[in-house]
Ligand binder design. Structure first.
Ligand code: SF4
Length: 415
């Protein structure tokens, strides 16, 4: 946009299509290839630029897809406009992917300039991971730890707040390690404090964070600061101690469970969500049942369940005792059933309580919906004067889609 381009919707004709790809699972890669082909069909004369993890990992495959002209990996994305302008629609494919491992600087990309709903904005503050869990391709596609400077985070937050965003979600590949490469002087808790004290943002939310990296300062902030959403996404990946060891995760299940108990004591009703991989190589039926028991005991508010995906180049891809796709699918279904019950029980706790809902959109049926601080989707049974605002709301019911509530709105505000 700074270069004078106009951003159009996915289904509108475009001169240039930029496609951000994923490689975290083989499904992500397949969907990325499908997205590129679809864009090509919709815009036969377009210049297609492909970026992201899949481009970083396998530029040769991407180059072989018809219509692709520019390939950029997980760095140099701020130069996409230059790369596109230097290429011709019928010229050779330009592959700008460079080795990510030597890179030490965070690429400061200012996003969210467009006319999207001005409600919640993701602000990425950290890149890269050095944990090398045995199943994970991310350290190879994102490289080593890189943190965004606090002044750049502050500048972006101020801009977003002035554009009307009410909630900022701090994200990173390895969020809890924020600041390690900045001399250890800046920590995640300092960034949260910076946003809460120096900007007018109404809500801050933490993105996915490793349980072992949740500092005492952060827990205290969560317990005392009403503008920091009482929601933590703590990837567990498996509920079996033995599988966690094979995954080379950096915590023991027992420590994870102690943390959960502590969090619940200090922050009643905190929303705890997680990621889970089922069908990891060597996961026996007994180990999987351990995971089901863990899910039942913890009672997460939500769980993203992934069947294990064999990522070439990672240690687990060569482990013996790979689980069949059919078995993985079956385990996903069994885990989903346990998760659904727990999520429903957690949601029902809010019936009769008041929560703050950031209203994001008006549905086709005329109802408004938004997000609570506890990360519940809430459908409102009454009208509110406008979207993009936070309304205190009484929760009156819960169903499979989320919560149902009535916002406190003065009648004159509607006229
Ligand atoms: S900590 Fe997360 S990003 Fe890093 S290797 Fe493990 S799963 Fe991948």
């Amino acid at each position: 946009m700074q270069a004078g381009y106009q951003v159009v919707g996915t289904h509108e004709a475009a001169d240039v299509c930029v496609i951000n790809t994923c490689s975290v699972t083989h499904v992500g890669e397949r969907k990325s290839r499908q997205a590129i082909r679809k864009m090509r069909r919709l815009n036969p004369d377009t210049i297609i630029a492909v970026t992201g993890c899949y481009a970083q990992l396998d530029p040769d495959t991407i180059a072989g897809i018809e219509g692709v002209r520019v390939i950029v990996g997980t760095q140099d994305r701020s130069r996409i406009v230059d790369f596109v302008e230097a290429c011709h629609a019928d010229g050779d494919v330009q592959n700008h992917v460079r080795d990510i491992l030597p890179t030490t600087d965070f690429e400061n990309l200012n996003l969210y300039g467009g006319a999207v709903e001005h409600t919640r904005a993701y602000v990425k503050i950290q890149e890269g991971c050095g944990n090398f869990c045995t199943f994970c391709i991310i350290p190879y596609t994102r490289g080593r730890l890189k943190s965004r400077r606090p002044e750049d985070i502050y500048a972006e937050a101020v801009r977003l707040v002035s554009q009307g965003y009410k909630e900022i979600i701090l994200t990173g590949i390895h969020l809890g390690n924020y600041g390690q490469d900045l001399g250890g002087k800046n920590r995640l808790a300092d960034v949260v404090n910076l946003l809460l004290t120096e900007t007018d943002v109404r809500r801050v939310r933490l993105g996915s964070i490793e349980s072992v990296e949740l500092s005492e300062e952060l827990i205290t902030l969560l317990a005392t600061e009403p503008r920091l959403c009482p929601h933590l996404h703590l990837p567990i990946q498996s509920g079996s101690e033995r599988v966690l060891r094979m995954m080379r995760r950096h915590y023991r299940l027992s420590d994870y469970l102690v943390l959960i108990t502590d969090l619940r004591q200090r922050i009643p009703d905190i929303a705890l969500t997680t990621d889970l991989i089922v069908g990891f190589p060597g996961e026996t039926e007994e180990m999987f049942r351990e995971t089901l028991c863990t899910l039942q005991d913890v009672g997460f508010a939500d769980v993203h369940i992934f069947p294990y995906s064999r990522r070439k180049g990672t240690p687990a891809a060569d482990f013996p005792n790979q689980i069949t796709e059919a078995e993985k699918k079956e385990r996903v279904h069994r885990a989903e059933e346990v998760v659904r019950r727990a999520a429903r029980a957690y949601a029902q706790r809010f019936i009769g309580k008041d929560v703050n809902v950031l209203v994001e959109s008006r549905l086709q049926n005329g109802h408004f919906e938004g997000m609570s601080a506890h990360y519940h989707r809430v459908r409102l049974v009454n009208e509110v004067p406008q979207t993009g605002e936070i309304y205190p709301t009484r929760i009156i019911d819960a169903d499979a889609q989320g919560l149902i509530g009535r916002a406190y709105v003065r009648q004159e505000a509607l006229s």
